[in-house]
Design a protein around this ligand. Structure first.
Ligand code: 4AD
Length: 431
């Protein structure tokens, strides 16, 4: 008989089924044994009574946590059981029985210990729904762009130049020449968008961030889009549509996981239900200062400033038109105020901080060369990028959405390290 998945049990009430999985937890009460089995799609409680026979009954007593097993029985609706169903067990077959205790138990473990055991920690009750929501976020991003006619394309991860400033570059030796891990695929997407019109990619990017915050990873995934003939205004509208689409998809497809994380989908839907707020950098600085956080015009938003902004609005807010001096070389200047860039960061609500950075791009070779000079970057490695402004340059814009920051917000997770299977942080490369 083929096994069924726990997430599909509602379709098998009254039937005799097999479930293949791992023993998550067990307890006994008088003559009854309860085994909680997980299979990656959810958890189900199996009820083992003496009628299941001496072998199954003994196994329900002796199998240790994380033993892998096949369990068979009849599915019953049980509103009091987690997930709403339980299995009246009639068969139990061990697949692998561990001989040493599983290191992660129900008791509290320190973060260092859990991170050292990340390869096992991902099996636990909070971690699996987070990773399943991450999957839904990635799918929603792809289907949004696909529906809109964007072409999925790729950017290289090994590159010869910086995009987002030289201080967070990861240097490599490329057969005797300097190379780096990519900080963003943007420059390459600008080239492919001139070939394909509108493009996106989702890929890993790297920042040698010396900061240890609950919002920074060294390696993270970015969903980046670039569209020809799109201006700053159109760019913000596209971002707003994407974020709303992703939230609606997650709220619809991952209800059970959100409930397991005690995250209310109605709250998330309310947050994206209205037009996103929009303020200028100048207004944002005033707002941050009013909230009691020290900040000068021309400063980047530090964690406390971003926190203040993020908590102020009940929905995402675009902060636009930053001073060009604190933004990368590729942003187009606002023609009306040339010391400002035509850019915006999108700040998620509830203190989850910036989830998107985007801008209209500089579109003449002269301006690009001047801006490279201002940023103290040599023009030679960017010759190919300048070429894009030489033949058929068009207004174009794009953005990058941080996948883990988005998952962090949607799952209500305090630290970003739980939003990716194997986080890379300042002090961690293991496991
Ligand atoms: O604002 P950023 O640096 O923008 C870019 O890299 C642009 N080149 C993207 C583009 O226009 N195509 O990064 C974009 C997003 C941020 O808003 C944030 O969500 C996320 O990437 N991000 C990080 N996430 C985790 N850890 C880090 N160290 C991050 N740095 C940025």
């Amino acid at each position: 008989m083929n096994p069924v998945y726990i997430e599909d049990l509602d379709r098998h009430v009254g039937s005799d089924v097999w479930i293949h999985g791992w023993l998550y937890h067990k307890r006994s009460s008088g003559k009854i044994r309860f085994i909680v089995v997980r299979d990656g799609t959810g958890l189900v409680q199996g009820v083992v009574t003496p009628e299941a026979g001496p072998v199954a009954f003994e196994l329900a007593d002796s199998l240790p946590q994380e033993a892998s097993l096949r369990v068979g029985g009849t599915v019953r609706a049980e509103p009091r059981a987690p997930g709403g169903f339980e299995l009246a067990v009639s068969r139990l077959e061990p697949v692998h029985v561990p001989t040493t205790p599983f290191p992660i138990g129900p008791k509290e473990h320190g973060t260092g210990f859990l991170m050292d055991h990340r390869h096992l920690w991902i099996r636990s009750r909070r971690q699996t729904p987070i990773l399943r929501i991450r999957d839904a976020v990635l799918w929603a991003i792809r289907s949004f762009f696909h529906e809109r006619g964007f072409v999925a394309t790729e950017a290289p991860v090994l590159v010869g130049t910086s995009v987002e400033g030289t201080t967070t570059l990861f240097p490599l030796d490329y057969f005797g020449n300097p190379a780096y891990l990519s900080q963003s695929g943007q420059l390459y997407l600008e080239a492919t968008c001139a070939a394909l019109g509108k493009v996106y990619w989702i890929g890993p990017v790297f920042r040698a961030e010396k900061s240890k915050t609950r919002r920074h990873l060294i390696e993270f995934w970015m969903a980046e889009a670039e569209q020809a003939f799109l201006d700053h205004e159109g760019n913000l509208a596209l971002q707003e549509d994407l974020v709303r689409y992703v939230v609606e998809a997650v709220a619809a497809e991952r209800q059970r996981e959100l409930a397991e994380l005690e995250r209310d989908p109605a709250l998330l839907l309310r947050e994206v239900g209205e037009r996103f707020a929009r303020i200028t950098y100048r207004e944002a600085v005033a707002l941050v200062r009013d909230s009691g956080v020290e900040m000068e015009f021309g400063d980047d938003f530090g964690a406390p400033a971003e926190d203040a902004l993020s908590r102020h609005f009940g929905h995402p807010v675009f902060v636009e038109r930053f001073p060009a001096a604190i933004k990368p070389f590729y942003m187009k200047r606002d023609p009306a105020q040339p010391d400002l860039a035509l850019c915006a960061d999108l700040i998620a609500p509830e203190g989850y901080g910036e989830i998107i950075g985007g801008s209209q791009r500089v579109d003449t070779e002269e301006e690009l060369l001047a801006q490279l000079r201002e940023a103290n970057l040599p023009p030679e490695p960017y010759q190919w990028y300048a070429d894009l402004r030489r033949w058929g340059s068009v207004p174009h814009s794009g953005f990058g959405l941080g996948v883990e920051r988005t998952v962090q917000w949607l799952t209500g997770t305090a630290h970003i390290r739980e939003t990716i299977p194997f986080p890379r942080t300042l002090d961690r490369l293991y496991p």
